[in-house]
Ligand binder design. Structure first.
Ligand code: BTN
Length: 264
C-alpha cells in the first residue's frame, strides 16, 4: 500500500483488495474523518449496483471515496447525480485523439460515445457515533471492458484516450471534488441538476425503465427538482421514478442523444 498526499487529497493505494468500497467503509467505521480515497490495482470481489458483480481487470480504475456526513440525510438522494456529473467532467478533461461525446445515463452511468465506460456504486451506513458514512465507488474501464454485458460498453483506450491510470484517477477525483463543492452539501442541487441535464443521454427520447418488479416505456422528459427521472408514458400520464435501469428504445431521437442505441 502507498499513501499519497497530493495537495490536501488523502489517498491510500493498494495492490489488491476485495472491493475498494469495502476498504473505504471499514476506514469510516474505524473513525477516519474522510474524505479518504482508496484505489486498488486489482479487486477480487468488485461489486456493482443491484448486487451484481463488477468485473475488475487490472488496467482499469477502481476507486472509492469515504465521506462522513457529506450532506443532511434528506439531500443524500442527490449524490448519484452529483457523482456522475463530477466523474463525467473529470473524464472530459483527459486527452483524447478525437474528443468523444461523454454523457450521463440516469442516474449515474457515464457513457463515452454512447457506451458505458463507468459504473458508480454508492453505499452508506449510520456509524455508532450517529454520523453517516457514505462511500462513492467508481469503476472506470480504462484499458479494457467486459464482453457479454446486457448493454453496450467501452473503455477509454478504445475511445482514443491517451491518459494513464494515475492521470485518470487524478481527473476523476478532481471532477468529483469539484461537483461536491458545487453541490454545497445539498444546498445547490439546482446547479447540479442544470449541469447534469446538459449532458443527459436520452433526454427527449423513448426509453424503457426496468424497475424492481416491472418495466415501463415512455419518453424521458426531465429530471425533477429532487433528481428523479420524469417519464411521459404513451398514454400521456407522467411518472417520476426514483430507482431503475434505463435502456434506450430504438428511434432517431435516441440515436442522436445516446450516440448509440442497443437493440432491445
Ligand atoms: C455499476 O453497477 O454500474 C456500479 C459499479 C461500481 C464499481 C466500482 S469499482 C470501485 C468500487 N468498488 C466496488 O466494489 N465497486 C465500485
Amino acid at each position: 500500500m502507498t499513501a499519497t498526499a497530493r495537495q490536501s487529497r488523502r489517498h491510500l493505494a493498494f495492490e489488491e483488495v476485495g472491493s475498494t468500497n469495502t476498504v473505504a467503509m471499514e476506514a469510516a467505521r474505524a473513525g477516519d474523518p474522510g474524505p479518504l480515497w482508496i484505489t486498488a490495482a486489482r479487486q477480487t470481489a468488485g461489486r456493482g449496483r443491484r448486487s451484481r458483480s463488477w468485473v475488475s481487470e487490472p488496467g482499469n480504475l477502481f476507486a472509492s471515496v469515504a465521506l462522513i456526513d457529506p450532506a443532511p440525510a434528506d439531500a443524500l438522494g442527490n449524490l448519484p447525480l452529483v457523482a456522475a456529473l463530477g466523474v463525467r467532467n473529470g473524464l472530459a478533461a483527459l486527452p483524447y485523439a478525437t474528443k468523444p461525446a461523454i454523457a450521463i445515463k440516469w442516474p449515474n452511468d457515464v457513457l463515452v460515445s454512447g457506451r458505458k465506460a463507468v459504473g458508480i456504486l454508492i453505499e452508506s451506513e449510520r456509524l455508532p457515533s450517529g454520523r453517516m458514512a457514505v462511500v462513492v465507488g467508481i469503476g472506470v474501464n480504462v484499458a479494457s471492458c467486459p464482453s457479454d454485458t446486457p448493454y453496450p460498453v467501452t473503455s477509454l483506450a478504445q475511445e482514443g484516450c491517451r491518459a494513464d491510470l494515475a492521470a485518470v484517477f487524478g481527473c476523476v477525483a478532481e471532477g468529483l471534488e469539484a461537483a461536491l463543492s458545487l453541490w454545497d452539501r445539498g444546498r445547490n442541487f439546482a446547479a447540479i441538476r442544470l449541469a447534469w441535464l446538459q449532458y443527459a443521454a436520452g433526454l427527449g427520447a423513448p426509453c424503457r425503465v426496468n424497475l424492481a418488479d416491472r418495466s415501463i416505456d415512455g419518453t424521458f422528459t426531465d429530471l425533477d427538482e429532487a433528481g428523479r427521472l420524469v417519464l411521459k408514458e404513451p398514454s400521456g400520464s407522467v411518472r417520476t421514478i426514483s430507482a431503475g435501469d434505463v435502456f434506450p428504445l430504438a428511434s432517431a431521437d435516441a440515436a442522436s442523444t445516446y450516440g448509440h442505441v442497443a437493440a432491445q
